[in-house]
Structure formats: C-alpha cells, structure tokens
Design a protein around this ligand. Structure first.
Ligand SMILES: Cc1cc2nc3c(=O)[nH]c(=O)nc-3n(C[C@H](O)[C@H](O)[C@H](O)COP(=O)(O)OP(=O)(O)OC[C@H]3O[C@@H](n4cnc5c(N)ncnc54)[C@H](O)[C@@H]3O)c2cc1C
Length: 483
C-alpha cells in the first residue's frame, strides 16, 4: 500500500498550483482521472482577474459582490482580491507569459459586470491552456494520470487517504493530508461546456459521508454556447467577445437584450442567459452572436482559437454570425470549506478550486474570478497544511469495504442520459417547484435501482442540488424559480 504526505485529487489549476507550492522534500502525489489536460482549466478561454493595484481592490470586491447578489462572504472576497496581487506576480515571476503589447506591458481586458479592465489573458483566447501547460512544467511532484478516486478513507473525523481505480483495478493510497481539487459538476447537465472528467464524483462521496455542501442551488449557465455539436462538451464563445463589443441579436438582427437589462450584452451571465432562454420561449426564434463590427485581422489575432475551431465547422468570422444557446458552465456551490480550504470536522481534508464553496462567488460568479479563486485558495490551503502540527501517532484503520460495480452497471448509460436530461429540463436556468419535485422523484427512483458506484455518486450530487433548490423559495443570483 502506497503512503504519501499529501495526495491531491485533480490536476487543474487548483491542484497544480497547490503542488507547485509544496516543497520537493514532501512526498506528494497528484492524481487525475484521464489525461492531465482533460480538465476545465485547459478549456478556459477569456482570462484571469487580477486587482490592478491596492486602489482597485475595493472596486473588484464590489463588482464581485454585486454579481454574487451580496450572498458572498465579504472576507473571502477581500482575501481573493488582495491575494491576486501576490499570486499574479508569483506566476509571472516564475515565467508565465501573459499577452503583452509590443513594449512588454500586460494587456488588460474587460468582461461582463467588471467596472475596470482587469483581466489578463494568454494566447489571445487560450488562457487556460497556456496556464495549464505552464503549471504542468512547474510541478515537481509525481503526477499519475488515469486514476479515478471513488472513495475517501475517513474514520473518526480524520481522512487517511483515498480508494481509486488504476487501470480498472482498485488501489488504496494513504496520505497524511488529502486535497480535493476535482472541479465542478458539468457532466450532470445535458448541455454543458465542461470537460468530460468533471462529473462530481467527490461531491457525491461527501454527500454520502455527511460532509456539508453549500450553495448547491447556485449553478451558473453561460449565455453564449454553440450547442449544435454531437459531443457532450459544447463549445463556449467567451465572455470576452461581448466585452470587446460583439452583439447578441435575434433572427432579424435586433439587440433584444436591452429589453431585459439596460447593460445589454454587458449584464451579468444569469441575466443574459435567462433573456436568451426567454426570448426563445416567447418567439421560437434562434439567437445569434454577431461579430460583423470587428475588423477581420484584429479578430483573428485576438481570438485565434475561436476563429480556427469555428472555421473547422464552416463559419467564417467575423463575417458570419453564429447561433447560440445558454449551457451549464460553472458550479458556484460546492464542498464547504473555510478560508484555508479546510473541510470542517475532517482532519487532513482540504478542498480547493471549483470543487469548493469558499463563499467568494455568492449567488453568482463574476467572470474570470474562478481561475483566480483556484490559485488563491490553493496557496492558502498549502500554507495551512505545511504549518499545522501533524499527529504522527495515529494508527491507520483498515478500510475493507468492497464495491462490486465501480465503473458501471449494464443500464448506467441510460440512467446517466436520463439524469442529464432531467437536470437540464427541471433544474436548469428557470426552475419551478413542480419540476424540482419531478427531478427529486426521478433521482430517488434511479438511486434505488441496481447501479454502479460512479452513477450513485452523480445521483448523490444531483440530489444535493435539487434539495438546495427546493429549499430556496425565492430567486437569487443564478437560482431562478418561477411560481
Ligand atoms: C469552456 C470554459 C471556459 C472557461 N473560461 C474561464 C475563464 O476564462 N476564466 C476563468 O476564471 N474561469 C473560466 N472557466 C472556469 C474555470 O476554467 C474553472 O472553474 C477552473 O479551471 C477549475 O479548476 P479546478 O482546478 O478546480 O478544476 P479542473 O480544472 O476542472 O480540474 C479537475 C481535475 O480533477 C480531476 N478529477 C475529477 N474527478 C476525479 C476523480 N474522481 N478522481 C481523480 N481525479 C478526478 C480531473 O481529472 C481534473 O484533473 C471556464 C470553464 C470552462 C469549462
């Protein structure tokens, strides 16, 4: 049986930045489910927020709180914004190359609901890919891909490690500390922009073990997604496009968002998502993203990946407009953590990144705050972990529970599809009490079938979302409930 000082579940920005901050002298193992670049970090496009200077902190905090409908934890938001000055400098000093002008000055852009240009980016619209590549090179610890964690070893309020499938064989990994950095919950929804590896397994384990999840009704939908592809992961058209001036238009070219909010394309994501959803419901018409106001060379240079990807699908940008729909994008809620990433009541267990609920995002995430949150709280969790007293006298209990069907059972595919559909239809952009109760019954029914472990974990997380949505009777942030 392998024993480590620290196991990190997940190799996105949160997991890798945590690893980068743990000294080489520690025995650390980073695991991820698939190939390392199959994660949401890799797909992040627009950029990462950084407070511009001390003076910008209060404005960044206010923008974050407004987007979050003041449901945020103000202390967490202040910490995130203030620490951005340190974390941004840290990765630039280590060699991360963000986009600059010809004189080498960082280029700053704006996204929806930010009151200043404070977002830095890399590779034009490939920030996540560049940051992920950079952090993979910086990480000095062992990274083992194709490891699927399906249980946390917890007894008497202490986490002793994980159980995982490695090449389809169950293995136990022991550790003094376990850091959950397993991302969000994208695979629960029919239309989503997330990596296929992001399927809420660890959230499901936490539900099973009575570990608190928070704000799970707060699920963010991105307004501008190209969903007309056969693949589970739908193609995002970054917020930065609207930030730079792209228009959302109806079939006859009208900018109908102003009927819903005076900020039009620059209103927050939930408002724009609901407006597009409602416009389709009212008129039956498609909605488009229109780039015709941009000059062709500038567009290709600023958004090279989008230009290339959509050229492969037959679109010529900026000339062609593209049909869009909202899709699930980001889990605002998650496994509850304190300001140091600690999971309350479980010694040796941390949670960071999109998997965590630190309270920074409140009821809705402000664009480009999530890569930043991943770094800031990874750093804080590692600082806490390295400075605490370790109890080396604990005897590791024997964890001998055996799971018969871990990966799947015969009918799991059908149930997974059914789950994704009901989550999209009833637990999506616009919810009703009736629809939520239908979803609750459907999930309960599937849970009582003979199913595999991984589906069971997804169903646990889906239940937590539905229960939280049922509890919140009034609309707030991303949670919108109709009578
Ligand atoms: C298309 C897209 C564009 C985005 N653009 C931006 C942007 O411009 N700016 C911004 O701030 N945010 C953006 N976001 C959000 C941001 O990318 C994510 O919130 C962030 O990258 C999450 O990082 P993470 O490290 O928490 O998780 P991820 O990067 O998703 O990594 C999760 C890791 O956990 C592993 N894992 C999961 N389950 C298990 C398991 N059971 N066992 C073992 N390993 C497991 C996965 O394999 C993966 O390595 C975007 C998201 C998407 C999908």
């Amino acid at each position: 049986m392998k024993k480590y000082d620290v196991i990190i579940i997940g190799a996105g920005i949160a997991g890798l930045y945590a690893a980068m901050n743990i000294p080489k002298s520690k025995k650390v193992l980073v695991v991820c489910k698939d190939i390392p670049w199959e994660c949401n970090t890799f797909y992040a496009q627009g950029g990462i927020v950084t407070a511009l200077d001390e003076n910008d902190i209060s404005s960044h905090v206010e923008d974050t709180m407004v987007a979050g409908a003041y449901h945020n934890d103000p202390e967490a938001v202040e910490i995130m914004s203030r620490t951005s000055l340190e974390t941004t400098k840290d990765i630039i000093d280590r060699g991360m190359a963000f986009d600059t002008d010809e004189e080498g000055h960082l280029l700053f852009t704006k996204e929806a609901a930010h009151s200043a240009d404070r977002i830095i980016h890399a590779g034009g619209d490939a920030t996540g890919r560049y940051m992920h590549h950079f952090m993979m090179l910086q990480n000095q610890h062992k990274l083992q891909p194709n490891v699927l964690v399906y249980d946390l070893l917890i007894e008497n309020g202490k986490c002793f490690g994980v159980k995982a499938l490695v090449k389809y064989q169950p293995e136990t990994f022991l550790a003094d500390d376990v850091i959950i950095a397993s991302g969000g919950i994208g695979s629960l929804y029919a239309y989503n922009t997330n990596s296929r590896t992001v399927s809420s397994d660890i959230h499901g384990i936490c539900v099973e073990k009575g570990i608190e999840l928070a704000d799970m009704e707060m699920m963010q939908f991105h307004p501008t997604v190209f969903v007309k592809t056969p693949f589970a992961r739908k193609l995002l058209l970054t917020e930065a496009l609207r930030g730079e001036g792209a228009h959302v238009v109806s079939e006859d070219g009208r900018r109908f968002l102003f009927d819903y909010d005076e900020r039009g394309e620059l209103a927050s994501r939930d408002i724009v998502s609901r407006a597009i959803f409602d416009h389709k419901r009212q008129t039956g018409q498609e909605t488009y993203l229109d780039f015709s106001m941009f000059e062709a060379d500038w567009f290709a240079n600023r958004f090279p990946n989008i230009t290339r990807t959509f050229a492969g699908l037959g679109y010529e940008f900026p000339k062609d407009r593209v049909p869009i729909s909202p899709a699930f994008h980001y889990a605002v809620g998650g496994i509850k953590s304190d300001l140091n990433g600690c999971v309350e009541g479980i010694e040796g267990l941390y949670v960071i990144g999109e998997a965590a609920s630190t309270g920074v995002h409140g009821a809705n995430r402000l664009a480009s705050n999530s890569l930043l949150e991943g770094m800031v709280f990874a750093k804080r969790a590692v600082t806490h972990l390295l400075n605490k007293d370790q109890n080396n006298n604990l005897i590791t209990p024997i964890f001998d529970k055996v799971y018969r069907n871990i990966v799947h059972h015969e009918k799991d595919r059908v149930y997974k599809h059914k789950l994704r559909k009901i989550m999209w239809d009833e637990v999506g952009i616009i919810r009703t009490k009736k629809g939520l109760l239908e979803a609750k019954n459907c999930i309960y029914d599937m849970k009582n079938r003979e199913i595999g472990r991984l589906l069971e974990l997804r169903l646990n997380t889906a239940s937590a979302i539905v229960e939280a949505a049922l509890k919140r009777k009034k609309s707030l942030g991303t949670h919108y409930i109709e009578k």
